[in-house]
Design a protein. Structure first.
Length: 435
């Protein structure tokens, strides 16, 4: 065995995990292919919040690389991290929510600190039972439709009318045509189970946009990355402590904490790492890296950093150690030299991908008990009011109030976790501030 092979074997315990360098490299490439769509979607979305796209792209790549390498070296698991799409969706519309970008990242910082405390104090199981399943599930579904709506608007498929209602846009435009092609491509690629289906669709639609005048070709393919000065330390922690922002704090925290736990356990189950109790040995290490990544990322305009479900694609290809994440990180780092290619991707090319991602998030709704009105009605309120008011915090606040009212009215107060009463009072105060 070569010296490099010996070092990798010693560091990542490849034989112990029944894998080898070739398998880990292939798995890392697969994970990169399935995750690489973030290079186009996230900068395009955050540009809507007034952030500089080039600076965001550089910060994004650095965040993915640093956090994924940290996960690989500390946990020796093939998990990669990137900004969660739910938090990206919130930040892309921050201008319409009476909140500054700086306050939003202050909330992400606070949410991350809470997550860090929970992770290092071993409070995961206590917090996991504090919020009812129907609320957690419905929040994911509501955010999913919210993301889908953002995608549809990027292609001009859906637009606001003069009466402030949503209607079809002009379906005869070049953007609408590109969106339609992209949407069909993603559906076909997903049905055929083609690796990297989303980034492949983005690339094809971007190329189609050249003759249509939507895509602007870069002057060069290679370039030094943009600086991150425009997105460094734009954070207002004190401003985020105002009481009216509590629902937004929960809106960032709930998908981060419960999403991370669900993704890690889901991928661990796929890899055969779960014990007899359905838990993964060493999961607390993953939570520590995940939570610290969110705190660090908030100082550089990164939405909530979280373990990505796309890590499952690498595991499916045999990835079993942190070497998989290292390979993925190297490929992301190389993209710093090809930023002009990522910058040329128009918003309409990423719209179909966002729409599909949003629809896929609705899959969580199957876990709701539709025979129990006290469970499915709050879920319906969360999803409906998130979309109809175009505000995720409104949907969550109304869902929690509905949950409490229904459970108490049905004489089932024992089913309400005690912390929910405190959360309910905070949600009531938030709704009062809207009057």
């Amino acid at each position: 065995m070569s010296s490099i092979g010996s070092v990798l074997e010693s560091r990542f315990k490849l034989k112990e995990n029944k894998t080898n360098i070739q398998t880990e490299v292939l798995a890392g490439v697969t994970t990169f292919a399935t995750m690489s769509y973030v290079l186009a979607t996230i900068p395009n979305m955050l540009e809507q919040a007034g952030l500089v796209r080039g600076a965001i792209l550089t910060a994004l790549i650095c965040a993915v690389v640093i956090c994924s390498v940290a996960m690989a070296l500390y946990t020796n698991r093939p998990f990669c991290l990137a900004p969660g799409m739910s938090s990206v969706a919130i930040l892309s519309s921050v201008g319409s929510m009476n909140m500054t970008v700086e306050v939003a990242y202050g909330l992400i910082f606070i949410e991350g600190v809470i997550f860090v405390i929970i992770s290092f104090a071993g409070l995961r199981q206590i917090i996991a039972t504090a919020i009812p399943a129907s609320i957690k599930i419905s929040l994911s579904g509501g955010i999913g439709l919210y993301i889908a709506l953002i995608g549809l608007k990027s292609g001009g498929i859906i637009m606001a009318s003069d009466k402030n209602t949503l209607i079809f846009g002009d379906l005869g435009t070049a953007k609408a045509l590109m969106f339609g092609i992209g949407f069909l491509l993603v559906l076909i690629f997903e049905a055929r189970k083609i690796r990297g289906s989303m980034i492949l669709s983005i690339l094809i639609v971007t190329i189609i946009g050249v003759p249509l005048g939507v895509t602007t070709l870069p002057t060069s393919l290679l370039n030094l990355p943009s600086g991150i000065g425009d997105v460094s330390f734009r954070i207002d922690i004190l401003g985020a402590l105002r009481p009216e922002y509590l629902p937004w704090l929960l809106t960032f925290f709930v998908p981060d904490f419960f999403g991370t736990m669900g993704i890690i356990l889901g991928v661990a189950n796929q890899a055969g790492w779960l014990d007899k109790n359905g838990d993964m040995p060493g999961i607390e290490k993953c939570f520590k890296v995940d939570s610290l990544s969110t705190v660090a990322g908030s100082f550089f305009c990164m939405p909530v950093m979280t373990t990505y479900l796309e890590s499952a694609s690498g595991v499916e290809d045999g990835g079993r150690t942190g070497l998989t994440a290292i390979v993925t990180s190297i490929l992301f780092a190389l993209m710093l030299l090809f930023t002009p290619l990522a910058m040329m991707v128009p918003g309409v090319a990423t719209g179909p991908v966002l729409t599909i991602i949003g629809f896929q998030m609705l899959g969580s709704m199957r876990g709701i008990d539709y025979d129990d009105k006290t469970e499915y009605l709050p879920a319906f309120v969360a999803v409906a009011m998130t979309v109809l008011t175009y505000n995720i915090a409104n949907g969550m606040a109304l869902a929690i109030i509905t949950y409490l009212v229904l459970k108490l009215s049905a004489g089932r107060a024992k089913e309400i976790p005690t912390p929910m009463y405190v959360v309910g009072l905070c949600m009531a105060f938030y709704l009062y501030t809207l009057i």
